[in-house]
Design a protein around this ligand. Structure first.
Ligand code: GLN
Length: 491
């Protein structure tokens, strides 16, 4: 097998057995990034930076340094929501064009310390707001399975890069579904840990009570290997969970016989497209063949997830985005009158339509007279949704269902209708509001249009801090099936 198609586990072995060097891996991936530029997955690539990191990793491997890890020399790419010293950090917004951070995000720093080699920064929806990557100020990312389909969003660059084997792994962020939905649309494994488990330090903020760093990988096993070095308490992040380090690979051999899988009946309503439902039901049947037990559960208020999310997330976004004022960083209008005019013009020119829409909605729901009617009400329903999950986990070990209603849609199909676009996260938003870990694993293909194969994802949801078991459950499926090994033609 070509190294570009290898799992991270296999790359790690090849590096330690000296079958390949970190520099060779970096060069090979940089060449692939270059030859698949039409996907528009990358926003910033700097071969000199990447190759210097790779050479340092090779030196570490040659010395058999005690600080070598299974990740030393393995390439990775980062969503442009994570700030980086050596690459620009724009959040795919014009307002941050060319911005260089004076420090690295904790997630980036942790992985670089472990010896991972950064290939570059990945395109996404502006400030991670979107479900199709059509909101990037730097153009659409194409889905390698079908160039007419969206790669999902907001982590569309991350999903396309892993699906097209431009990187074996990519970081991403999930506020309402931005790891799981793009993973489902591109046939890769996407994992969002418990809120507070990964550091938010250096993650350009969208909705602080929801933003969670995670990964797009080829398999659950690869996610576990990277999480071992990526996650952990960070005193720089006041919402970081202060818990001892864990081995996220410890359940990878687990037996799922007798495992109780909750299947929420509300996730199989009439909005779910028949082709997606068929693939998801077949995946559940596979778990039954492996000995797991399916349990009918109910999440009666999950359907309120979208309206709740679109009050809470814009409220937090309107506050977070106020820091982009043309004074401290980012775009400043060329011509202006007084200070207010400068701020107004800089923000009008710098932000795209979606962040502007959210700033308006968020300011509205937080304003005097509407705060109680919208914001406080949404917080109460958010709590109810979280409690329904807690109740469900008293009856089952994990929850499973669809990630999305449909396979990847075409460019422009939902762009004119924000509510239709928001509905893309119907099944992912409830878990985000609760803050529980959740992932998408490839489980088949949809009926789709004639010009391509469009993948389907199975969503697994676990209780707080139970990501190791969730990865074990996913790995059991990936040992029994090969959907995660399928690759789009030509990559
Ligand atoms: N699609 C959702 C939104 O637009 C979720 C985005 C995300 O998870 N970052 O807000």
């Amino acid at each position: 097998m070509e190294f570009a198609h290898c799992s991270l586990a296999a790359l790690s072995r090849a590096l330690s057995e000296k079958k390949v060097s970190a520099v060779e891996l970096a060069q090979m991936h940089l060449a692939r990034i270059e030859s698949h530029r039409n996907l528009n997955a990358f926003l910033d690539v700097r071969p000199e930076v990447t190759l210097a990191q790779a050479a340092a990793a090779d030196a570490r491997l040659a010395r058999h340094d005690a600080d070598c890890t299974p990740l030393t020399g393995v390439p990775i790419a980062h969503k442009d929501i994570f700030v980086t010293k050596d690459f620009c950090s724009t959040a795919a917004s014009k307002i941050l064009r060319g911005y260089k951070s004076p420090f690295d995000a904790t997630v980036v720093d942790n992985l670089q310390r472990a010896g991972m080699v950064t290939l570059g920064k990945l395109n996404c929806d502006e400030f991670a707001m979107g479900s199709s990557n059509e909101n990037s100020a730097y153009g659409n990312v194409l889905n390698p399975w079908d160039l007419g389909a969206v790669p999902g969003g907001s982590s569309g660059g991350s999903s396309a890069a892993v699906a097209a084997c431009l990187s074996p792994v990519a970081t991403a962020t999930d506020t309402g579904g931005s790891i799981r939905e793009p993973a489902a649309f591109t046939g890769v494994t996407g994992t969002k840990p418990t809120y507070g488990r990964p550091s938010r330090w250096g993650m350009i903020a969208f909705a602080s009570s929801l933003d969670t760093a995670g990964l797009l990988t080829r398999s659950a096993e690869d996610a576990g290997l990277v999480f071992n070095h990526m996650l952990g308490f960070d005193p720089k992040d006041s919402t970081s969970a202060n818990r001892p380090p864990e081995d996220y690979t410890r359940n990878l051999g687990m037996d799922v016989r007798g495992l109780k899988i909750g299947v929420p009946r509300e996730f199989f309503g009439k909005l779910l497209q028949p082709d997606v439902e068929a693939a998801v039901r077949e995946a559940l049947a596979e778990y039954q063949r492996l000995g797991a037990v399916l349990i009918d559960i109910s999440l009666p208020n999950a359907e309120l997830g979208i309206p709740v999310y679109y009050v809470v997330a814009p409220a937090e976004a309107s506050s977070n985005l106020s820091r982009f004022d043309g004074v401290r960083y980012g775009h400043r209008a060329a011509q202006y009158g007084d200070l207010t005019d400068m701020i107004k013009k800089s923000r009008s020119e710098g932000f795209g339509a979606e962040p502007k829409r959210r700033i308006l909605v968020g300011t509205y729901v937080l304003s005097h007279g509407y705060y109680d009617a919208y914001y406080i009400k949404a917080q109460k329903v958010r709590r109810i949704i979280a409690e329904e999950f807690t109740q469900a986990f008293s009856r089952c070990d994990v929850i499973a269902g669809p990630v999305t209603m449909s396979v990847a849609f075409g460019f422009g199909e939902k762009a004119a209708d924000p509510v239709a676009m928001y509905m893309a996260d119907y099944y992912t938003v409830p878990g985000s509001l609760a803050g529980i870990p959740s992932m998408s694993i490839p489980c088949g293909f949809g009926a789709g249009p004639v010009n391509g194969k469009r993948p389907v994802g199975l969503q697994l949801i676990a209780n707080y801090f139970d990501e190791a078991r969730m990865l074990g459950v996913a790995h059991a499926y990936q040992r029994a099936t090969d959907w995660h090994l399928r690759r789009p033609a030509g990559y």
